[in-house]
Ligand binder design. Structure first.
Ligand code: ADP
Ligand code: MG
Length: 695
């Protein structure tokens, strides 16, 4: 057995390899670019490219690709080989600094939401040296950002890097106010817990819905679901364990710190969590993880479903985004400190997040809005579509004390004085209990639980970083002017708690009571993508995002359109798949069972005098269901036709929400009802019991 320490990161051009293969001058210069973002000289790029190529060729690579994250939500790549002709007919392997730094994929087929038309610009990819290059399937992958020639972002990485820069800039201002002169940079880190389902590949092949849409469009719940709670953290079946081991190994070779794996709540559902990393790297790694998960599954005759709601009636899959801010010296700014000054600083960052989440609920909600995730948020499972923050009782009590200027019982019978008093110790336990909150403080980080399992984590983090940067900016503006820092600080924290405590909710986020209470508090409940996405264009959001240089106004409008188009297309594919399954497979199967049952009545009655009450009732019930299904399928067909005539994106998305999805729900419930009435042999698709318990 090979040791993990020996193969970990073997496919990555990481710091070890850089040090070993680059001259000291080149290494130092590259390091400066990575750590501080200083521009890279072309001679340095040439040297790095040459070293990368030699290393990759040595490992058997023949091609390289600029790897990027267009607005489709999946990654894109175009492979070029290293070969160049030599005069004598041989080929040599070449790779220049120019090729490393910049690529020009044919960008015309990637969604740009009209940006390219507006700016008449082709797209190019630019190397992101902060994320290591790696080898996969014989190709050297170079992580890049994707822009138009006029500098408009065409991907999810450019705005992510911009948002990290925004928070860096504002957090540094705050840290200086607390007297920290040493800190050079501040970065956000993310560790995302990836949930997924595994189904048997042969069963998967028999379901058009899983193949075309990644979720079941028909299917009645099996006799057993997740009610026994016997799957969560349950022992892992051998076939799944083999898959997980194989997956870990592939990820480790790529330098991905896959750490935790376990069974999830629903049957056939599992989770993988890596050790957290700088946000842009975490985003790259998560994209790669999703890809490798699917690829490795095939080797085990399994299919990995990353859809947010593959099965109705059991939990869907999310991707908890654990987020924190830390300095280059390793100080976690969301960690309660040891000294009064550290505590005050912690509380300031804490209330900045609280204010950010309250004021930009809409941005956070829309940052995770997709057709798939709508089935999870707002359905009867955590988290709800309403955004709130869980802080835990202890921390909430501290904030209450500051707000009311009353004594805090937990510490001492005196007022809490910021910058003088020490905070009580919070045990991680008490801050980590609530599993239903969409945004929970878990001791030294926030866990944003709304992102869907197939979402790129970039969107969530772009908006989270931007919103927090905005609040830190407002705080810095105010505090920099203050004569008495501690007094101003106390006042600022107190005021912020008072104005934004409505977003704090420590109770159960599942129930209808909470939805009522949330409405009273004036919190937003944006149930679907069609409701949420247009809000990105609200003035307050445009102002904030453009002020911090996260997006230009044109980029914001283009993103709204791209995301809504994605929603419309996704539902459209689902609707047409449903129509196809209903007409070609399900209705014929039910009809044939009904007709065989009817024939049995005639046959039976030819030999004995019986009423055949049961059969007749069944045939009648099924006939009615078939008629209803036919009618609903026709209505769905008409709606799909009508959708084609609606040009305006926001109107089309509203039509999808109000007309198409309800018809799909209706058709499904009719089909599922029929499924429970007919014999298993007639049902044309593998049923839920096999899908959920078949591995
Ligand atoms: P849970 O109880 O939700 O399963 P864990 O403690 O296992 O949470 O951590 C979940 C994720 O949070 C992991 O990916 C972990 O690396 C990440 N994480 C831990 N600390 C931080 C931090 N300071 N910043 C960002 N992510 C973190
Ligand atoms: Mg978690």
């Amino acid at each position: 057995m090979e040791k993990i320490t020996e193969y970990f990161g073997t496919m990555v051009f990481d710091d070890r390899i850089m040090k070993a293969t680059l001259s000291e001058k080149v290494y130092k210069s590259l390091k400066k670019t990575i750590d501080r973002g200083t521009p890279l000289d072309i001679s340095i790029a040439n040297a790095v490219a040459a070293a990368m190529k030699d290393w990759a060729v040595e490992k058997g690579a023949t091609h390289y690709t600029h790897w990027f994250q267009p607005m489709t939500g999946v990654t894109a790549e175009k492979h070029d080989s290293f070969i160049a002709p030599a005069p004598d007919g041989r080929v040599i392997m070449e790779f220049s600094g120019k090729e490393l730094i910049k690529g020009e994929p044919d960008a015309s087929s990637f969604p740009s939401g009209g940006l390219r038309a507006t700016f008449e610009a082709r797209g190019y990819t630019a190397w992101d040296p902060t994320s290591y290059a790696f080898i996969k399937d014989g190709t050297l992958y170079i992580p890049t950002a994707f822009c138009s020639y006029t500098g408009e972002a065409l991907d999810k990485k450019v705005p992510l890097l911009r948002s990290m820069e925004a928070i860096n800039k504002q957090a540094l201002r705050i840290l200086r106010l607390f007297g920290n002169k040493k800190v050079k940079s501040v970065r956000t880190s993310v560790g995302c817990e990836q949930e997924y389902f595994l189904v048997d590949r042969n069963l998967w092949k028999k379901r058009k819905d899983l193949i075309m849409t990644g979720r079941t469009l028909f299917g009645a719940m099996s006799p057993k679901g997740q009610e026994m709670d016997d799957h969560y953290f349950g022992s892992i079946k051998p076939r799944v364990a083999e898959y997980m081991a194989d997956l870990d190994k592939e990820l480790w070779k790529l330098g991905i710190l896959a750490k935790t794996k376990h069974n999830e709540v629903a049957p056939a559902q599992h989770e993988l969590a890596p050790i957290y990393d700088s946000t842009n790297i975490a985003a790259d790694h998560n994209q790669l993880t999703m890809e490798v998960m699917q690829k490795v599954a095939l080797r085990h005759d399994l299919v990995c479903l990353l859809h947010e709601k593959p099965f109705l009636g059991v939990n869907g899959s999310g991707k908890h985004n654990n987020w924190s801010i830390a300095t280059d010296e390793g100080e976690n700014l969301l960690s309660p400190g040891e000294t009064p000054a550290e505590n005050a600083q912690f509380l300031l960052f804490l209330v900045a997040v609280i204010k950010a989440v309250d004021e930009y609920q809409d941005l956070l909600r829309l940052s995770v809005a997709t057709a798939g995730n709508d089935h999870r948020l707002g359905a009867n499972e955590a988290p709800p579509a309403v955004i709130s923050i869980f802080l835990g009782d202890e921390l909430t009590a501290v904030l209450d004390t500051i707000e009311s200027d009353l004594p805090y019982d937990g510490v001492k019978k005196e007022k809490m004085q910021l910058g003088v008093d020490v905070l009580p110790k919070f045990s991680k336990d008490t801050t980590d209990r609530n599993r239903t909150s969409p945004f929970a403080f878990t001791g030294n980080k926030f866990e944003f639980r709304m992102p869907g399992s197939s979402n790129s984590i970039s969107c969530a983090n772009i908006h989270l970083n931007a919103a927090v940067a905005e609040e830190l900016k407002q705080f810095a503006d105010e505090l920099e002017k203050a004569d008495d820092f501690n007094k101003a600080l106390h006042e600022l924290i107190r005021r912020t708690v008072k104005e934004h405590k409505r977003i704090i909710f420590n109770g159960n986020g599942y129930g209808d009571e909470w939805l009522e209470e949330a409405e009273k508090r004036g919190l937003l409940n944006l149930k679907t993508t069609a409701d949420a996405m247009p809000k990105i264009c609200d003035k307050k959001n445009v102002d904030m995002l453009t002020a911090h240089g996260i997006f230009t106004e044109a980029e914001i409008f283009s993103r709204r359109d791209i995301m809504l188009e994605n929603y419309i297309k996704t539902v459209n594919i689902e609707a047409t798949t449903m129509i196809d399954m209903s007409r070609k497979e399900l209705i014929p199967a039910i009809a044939s069972f009904a007709s065989d049952t009817a024939k049995a009545v005639t046959a039976k009655q030819a030999v004995v005098e019986v009423s055949c009450k049961y059969e007749k009732k069944l045939v009648k019930e099924l006939s009615i269901l078939i008629d209803d299904m036919d009618e609903t399928t026709s209505l769905l067909e008409e709606a799909v036709e009508k959708l084609k005539t609606i040009d305006e994106t926001v109107a089309a998305s509203a039509f999808v929400k109000d007309d198409i999805l309800p018809l799909m729900d209706k058709l499904r419930s009719l089909g599922d009802k029929a499924e429970t009435l007919i014999s298993e042999e007639y049902y044309p698709f593998p049923a839920y019991d096999k899908l959920l318990f078949g591995v």
